[in-house]
Design a protein around this ligand. Sequence first.
Ligand code: ADP
Ligand code: ASP
Ligand code: MG
Length: 469
Amino acid sequence: MKFGGTSIGTASAMRRVMLIVAGEKKKAVPLVVLSACSGITNRLIQIAIAAGESRLDEAMELSGEVRKHHRKLVDVLISDEGRRAAVIEKVEAYIAELDMLIKGVDIVGELTARSFDTFCSFGELLSTTIFSEAMQEAGHETVWTDIREVMITDDNFGSARPVEELCEKNVKNALKPLLEQGKIVVTQGFIGSTRDGKTTTFGRGGSDFTAALLGAWLTSNEIQIWTDVDGVMTCDPRIVPEARSIRVMTFSEAAELSYLGAKVLHPDTIAPAVKQNIPVYVLNALHPEAKGTVITNNPAILEGMSYGGLVKSIAVKKGQCIINFRSNKMLGRHGFMADFFDVFAQAGVSVEMISTSEVSVSLTVSESASLGKLLAGLRKIGEVELEPDVATISVVGDNLRTSKGVAGRIFSAMKDVNIRMISQGASEINVGFVVEGEDVPKALQNLHHEFFSGSEACGIFEHPTMKRR
Ligand code: ADP
Ligand code: ASP
Ligand code: MG
């Protein structure tokens, strides 16, 4: 069971999660993965940057805010005096470590990727420490585990990946026996450690990935991702308030959606579940009785839940930039594309969407990528034009593969939107296009209306009266 930041951001939210975990324990012993409380990872990042830029006072002040947030949680959640003193000691020890790191980075005058990950790790360490103790006070047998002793990763700080065989062995030796003894394991998402004990992270939103990995290594019955919305929805509900919960979707649909920008699942979450064929439930911690979404390839479940519908969901990725490239040398010449992409490889910029013709290539890259070296390289071999502040919108569904007329419907729904680029995904289960940033709400609302207001959408969405499982 993984709970995201908003699910544990306040004492009352944490209490709700305690009840959800206790309820699950009546059915099967859960392993609980927590994120940092909402906003805390952002704070830690601000602290790291301030320390790296020698703004010591600011870093220390922000650290004081992190401390205050967690001290308040302890005060509200832990009433036994002896226990409270012990938890406060643990919280203070983490804050002292954080402050030491701030001072160290300030003295050295440089923030490395390695120390950045250490800064980021405190949020999960603090949230799990308090949660585990609060559960114990409520009479549940929990074991707090430092996941860094289990989740051994490579040393790609900021986007580490696990050393699978080692981790799987650690999970079987260290975590499985605890669960078999009926103890609820409480541990951190997002973080890990290199073989020589340096703290690493999986990258933003990485707790989902932790949960999926642990779930797969434990061959769990299911992986539950608890968040602040009723499962995976037909569109980002912050942009399209009419978005509806999707009852059931396939692994490929969920993976595609997360790759294409739906923040509800970290893009790496699905692969470990597919490997072991474990269903992934996406559930709402604020509304636990709702059914949420089940992601599975099991035909019995898919059919039982009237899996169907043409378009399953619409994803959006903002903050993109189009690069239009043109060169007459492309015409009829082999090897040109290899040279073209070599410029991207040399500059370390990854390409997101792409569309080509005989003499031109259009593609999108993230606006946050540093483009200086890339553009200099491209200008040596052709003409380059940039279109910043665009967004990729993708329509996703397994049934797109076999259906006719989808593109026509998409583009007629988009008739009053300026489309800058189009691409039909090679996976055949998405059709994507690029619009200007300011057109995103209109484009999404038009598309949502086109595909989700009619009767064809019925059967796959949650009815408010349905109970989970
Ligand atoms: P957590 O802290 O639980 O990991 P996130 O903020 O990472 O939560 O992800 C949940 C958010 O993802 C939702 O609040 C919602 O705004 C956003 N979101 C974007 N696209 C979708 C979608 N298709 N379905 C559901 N939520 C989505
Ligand atoms: N706390 C981390 C973040 O904010 C990881 C996560 O929430 O999944 O990115
Ligand atoms: Mg998340």
